[in-house]
Design a protein around this ligand. Structure first.
Ligand SMILES: Cc1ncc(C[n+]2csc(CCOP(=O)(O)OP(=O)(O)O)c2C)c(N)n1
Length: 270
């Protein structure tokens, strides 16, 4: 399976998962499906049969509300049975809506309270550097999540310790839960901000797999790496794209059927 096929599978699973549970955040999941697919298919060293292998690269979804994308990729990569995805977001399930590491092989960190995943990722990168370990740490942060002060503390910290083994990908879809970022708290020029914090910054189209592969495989020798991925919230289903409704709305009834129809038409293009 190539990364585009994997991204399609992530979207296809996520529609079923949120449909079955009446769960939220499908737009947030679709926004990062391509990034996650490229990371797990082409970039990270992973060990599905031995998920805690110390040689593994570490991945943290700091915008933990899009956890369905992580569960879907882990199931597709063989960390657990894809049939478990059906329990997502339902009472008693291990696969909670906000991503959880409890009893879920392959998840490094439970997140959901925004602004924390990047801090833990920076700590993991410092630990690896001090222990002279070779693995990398990748963290996806939402652009709305950049409203959190702790994101910028982590940015200062990672530069101070020259954490070149850390790559933060900003999912820059210009939206957050109930509005556009610019109407909530303006971010202005994110690339300039991360550069000013001492990071090596690359700005790309976050749905272009070649650009993702190039940007994510390049780590700077001395600086932490920030990839600003310009994305579209809801990417992959036309009526969900750039529509704020799909942060919280569950794909039910006609919406579900129409989304499936669109995704199925895309299957042969991959
Ligand atoms: C500390 C904290 N405050 C508020 C929330 C509620 N919340 C959930 S998602 C979200 C918007 C996040 O926006 P962004 O990071 O851009 O994610 P995306 O739009 O890609 O889903 C907010 C404010 C939260 N999860 N954690």
């Amino acid at each position: 399976m190539n990364s585009k096929q994997l991204a399609w599978k992530i979207r296809r699973h996520a529609i079923e998962m949120t449909h079955l549970s009446g769960g939220s955040h499908i737009g947030s999941v679709f926004s990062i499906a391509d990034i996650i697919a490229v990371l797990y298919n082409d970039i990270m060293t992973i060990f599905p049969e031995n998920p805690r292998n110390d040689l593994r690269d570490r991945f943290i979804l700091s915008k933990g509300h899009a956890g369905a994308a992580v569960y879907a990729v882990l199931a597709e990569k063989g960390f657990f049975d894809v049939r478990e995805l059906e329990s997502h977001y339902s009472n008693g399930s291990k696969l909670s809506g906000h991503v959880s590491h409890k009893d879920v092989p392959g998840v490094e960190l439970s997140t959901g309270s925004l602004g924390h995943g990047i801090c833990v990722g920076a700590g993991m990168a410092l630990a690896a550097k001090r222990d002279k370990k070779k693995h990398s740490v990748f963290v996806i942060v939402g652009d709305g999540e950049c409203n959190e002060g702790s994101v910028w503390e982590a940015a200062l910290f990672a530069n101070h310790y020259r954490l070149s083994n850390l790559t933060v990908i900003i999912d820059h879809n210009k939206m957050q839960s109930l509005d556009f970022c610019e109407n909530t708290i303006e971010l202005i020029d994110l690339a300039a901000k991360w550069k000013a914090f001492g990071w090596n910054v690359t700005e790309i189209d976050g749905h272009d797999h070649n650009q993702l592969k190039n940007a994510l495989s390049r780590q700077h020798d001395e600086k932490p790496n920030c990839v600003i991925a310009n994305t579209i919230k809801g990417k992959g289903v036309s009526f969900m794209e750039n529509d704020i409704l799909w942060h919280y709305k569950a794909p039910l009834g006609e919406d579900y059927l129409n989304a499936i129809k669109e995704l199925e038409l895309q299957y042969n293009e991959k």
